[in-house]
Design a protein around this ligand. Structure first.
Ligand SMILES: O=C(O)c1ccccc1N[C@@H]1O[C@H](COP(=O)(O)O)[C@@H](O)[C@H]1O
Length: 205
């Protein structure tokens, strides 16, 4: 199972996640308590190993601004977490992850029309567009046939990630709030989350 740890703001937490086996790290450039700026992200990203995905999280940002931030920070992937028309963002030579809020069966049907390299399933927006720590009904996504492109997010934590994986069978799991304590990334929780996700046997249930 691939793992993305999102909302990183320090070199220490990012390096810890990378050393523990994370496959992708996320940097939030949208309105959020986890928002950072391009130069801050660059300071972190330049310390990271080559192969790990460096994902920029954006909400309704213009393609031009995203291209500028991606260049400064050294991003490898773009995560669109608003109401973006994905075709406008797919010309930048970076893989695009598009988030979809899941509330009903119809939201699952919509996924088939989305042009993106990966589809990120999240709960409906709360105070912010994402990163609110709330889960959706995973059973809605249990029958998805595009699982090799699905990233599961929304309210995951070290205690529930195993059940989440065994229900949805995604390509990757993504967590932010669930590996924090008092609003800061918790290194011990990051370690346990990665260990649980990577140690899960999908056919065990
Ligand atoms: O993490 C944020 O602050 C954030 C802000 C705006 C858009 C997306 C954001 N994060 C993404 O939200 C999901 C779920 O996070 P959580 O585990 O429920 O806290 C995840 O994909 C983050 O990448």
């Amino acid at each position: 199972m691939k793992v993305k740890i999102c909302g990183l703001k320090t070199v220490e937490a990012a390096l810890h996640a990378a050393h523990e086996g994370a496959d992708a790290l996320g940097f939030v450039f949208a309105r959020s308590k986890r928002q950072i700026y391009a130069e801050q992200a660059r300071e972190i990203i330049q310390e990271l190993p080559e192969g790990i995905w460096k994902v920029g999280v954006f909400v309704n940002e213009t393609p031009e601004k995203i291209a500028e931030i991606a260049e400064i920070a050294g991003l490898t992937h773009i995560q669109l977490h608003g109401e973006e028309e994905t075709s406008l963002y797919r010309k930048q030579g970076k893989e695009v992850i598009k988030s979809v809020s899941i509330k009903t069966e119809e939201d699952i049907d919509r996924i088939r029309q989305i042009e993106a390299d990966y589809i990120l399933l999240d709960s409906p927006p709360g105070h912010y567009k994402g990163g609110n720590g709330t889960k959706f009904n995973w059973e809605l996504a249990a029958g998805l046939e595009v699982r090799n492109r699905v990233i599961l997010a929304g309210g995951l934590n070290p205690e529930n990630v195993k059940t989440a994986i065994q229900t949805v069978h995604p390509f990757m799991v993504d967590v932010s709030s669930g590996v924090e304590t008092e609003g800061e990334k918790d290194l011990a929780k990051i370690s346990v989350f990665i260990r649980e996700a990577k140690g899960t046997r999908e056919d065990e249930k």
